[in-house]
Design a protein around this ligand. Structure first.
Ligand SMILES: [Zn+2]
Length: 201
């Protein structure tokens, strides 16, 4: 009796697809030539296919478990979020903010800084080099709460330090005025234009 189960080419087991009649015996178990949806091809033990313990290649399964473990939200990676939290904790800053709220704020700002330049979040996985958006507080003393946060460009965040945005703008305003021969302009109103001139998008 031929006890070799014949699988038809094209038969699917999850993401696996039988792509050849070529089989290989490994420790007395028949392995079939399978191709994963991602294109990866390898021999898979028949019993693993039949009982459903193998449904995709190791790369796809790693990717999937990575996604399940993901603590991030949209373009805010879990790693970035935990760093923000850890920093706040270290500095003793009050923190009662959900990652979704931080994302909503980014969307609300159209992914732009107060200078109107685009600011970037790397998404998953967290890539510091591709991230130019920094989450800062309007009023440092109020901590990370929904209506006290703002995404700004890395350089603006450095300039701001522990100042409130009001005092940062006042400061910039006086620098501007002391260097400016023209009449006093209301920087509160013209700040957008001023920033645009000074920043490269
Ligand atoms: Zn795969």
């Amino acid at each position: 009796m031929n006890n070799k189960l014949n699988l038809e080419i094209g038969t699917k087991f999850g993401k696996w697809k039988i792509v050849s009649n070529r089989t290989k015996k490994i420790s007395n178990i028949t392995n079939w030539t399978c191709k994963c949806e991602c294109g990866h091809e390898q021999f898979v033990p028949l019993n693993n296919l039949m009982n459903g313990s193998s449904t995709q290649c190791e790369f796809c399964s790693k990717k999937e478990s990575g996604k399940k473990r993901r603590k991030g939200h949209k373009l805010i990676s879990g790693d970035m979020w935990s760093q923000i939290k850890r920093k706040a904790e270290k500095k003793g800053i009050f923190f009662d903010l959900r990652i979704e709220e931080a994302w909503e704020q980014y969307v609300h700002q159209n992914g732009r800084c107060i200078t109107n330049q685009k600011i970037y979040l790397s998404g998953y996985p967290y890539d510091k080099d591709k991230t130019t958006a920094v989450l800062v507080l309007s009023k440092p003393e109020d901590g990370f709460i929904k209506d006290n946060i703002m995404w700004v460009d890395t350089n603006i965040a450095k300039m701001k330090g522990d100042f409130t945005y009001g005092s940062l703008i006042m400061m910039v305003s006086s620098i501007y005025h002391s260097n400016c021969e023209s009449n006093i302009v209301d920087l509160w109103e013209s700040s957008d234009e001023w920033w645009n001139e000074k920043t490269i998008d």
